[in-house]
Design a binder for this molecule. Structure first.
Ligand code: ZN
Length: 267
């Protein structure tokens, strides 16, 4: 007797798509319970397809999926969140592309990743709301970087010296990206595989890493400090992922987002 077709339902966020066969498309999606999956949407490139609009990039959809030999097949799809404001704003599209690409690089298959799912959806909602009022939230992507790193086991050590484990003081410390953390002046000063890290940059990194988004969204960081934060995080991500992220350069424009009134992030 042939095995009964198995159908399951899942929420999914479309991270990536590629065309196969004449009219089909293979989608890389993020799901809360099964991590990253590749699924096939049959006939989705035909003009008559009713599924097509629900399977665009960055759509949060609810799917029914049938088990199959190569790719599991999407049999039903409904849009849960379309993020339609985000789609009208080039900067928001660039930011959403970055978010999806980064999570695509970190997520694995058959992995329950509810916290990562919640983080990514929250960031897309913030981008969508920002696009609706024509003001993208500053510092959101750097907050996302640090929280994604924490949730995936790559949290940089920003509070204690990597070598002697003493609490770091607000002075010039040192950072080692390959070891994923900061060294005090005594320990870092003796090594030649570190770079100096000023107190303001460390303070902002700690703030972004330790605070929830509502707190971070209230704060404006001086642009030169934010550029150093961005540079460090991008280089750390490259070390972690061992390769350059394609959308990084595309995003340089985001660094030029005008800053609001300056507020000190405090301790
Ligand atoms: Zn030390």
């Amino acid at each position: 007797m042939p095995p009964r077709e198995r159908i399951r339902s899942t929420h999914a966020l479309v991270l990536r798509r590629r065309d196969v066969n004449d009219a089909d498309r293979v989608l890389t999606v993020l799901t809360p319970r099964d991590g990253k999956l590749e699924l096939i949407a049959k006939g989705v490139r035909k003009t008559t397809s009713r599924k097509a609009g629900h399977l665009e990039l960055f759509v949060h959809a609810s799917l029914l999926v049938a088990q199959a030999r190569t790719w599991d097949i999407i049999t039903e799809v409904q849009t849960v969140e379309s993020f339609r404001h985000l789609r009208d704003d080039l900067d928001a599209i660039a930011a959403a592309s970055y978010v999806c690409e980064l999570v695509d690089n970190f997520a694995e298959s058959n992995d329950e990743i509810q916290p990562v799912w919640d983080l990514v959806l929250d960031v897309l909602r913030e981008l969508d709301a920002g696009a609706a009022r024509h003001e993208l939230p500053a510092n959101l992507l750097r907050w996302f970087d640090l929280h994604l790193l924490s949730l995936t086991g790559f949290q940089p050590q920003l509070f204690r010296c990597l070598d002697c484990e003493r609490p770091l003081e607000p002075t010039i410390n040192f950072v080692n990206l390959h070891e994923g953390g900061v060294l005090c002046p005594d320990c870092g000063g003796r090594r030649n595989d570190v770079e100096p890290l000023d107190a303001d940059t460390l303070k902002v990194l700690r703030f972004l890493q330790s605070q929830p988004w509502p707190a971070v969204s209230q704060v404006s960081v001086r642009p030169p400090v934010m550029r150093r934060v961005e540079s460090l995080l991008q280089r750390y991500l490259i070390v972690v992922l061992e390769r350059q992220l394609r959308s990084t350069l595309f995003l340089r424009r985001l660094a030029a987002t005008p800053a609001g009134p300056e507020i000190d992030p405090g301790e």
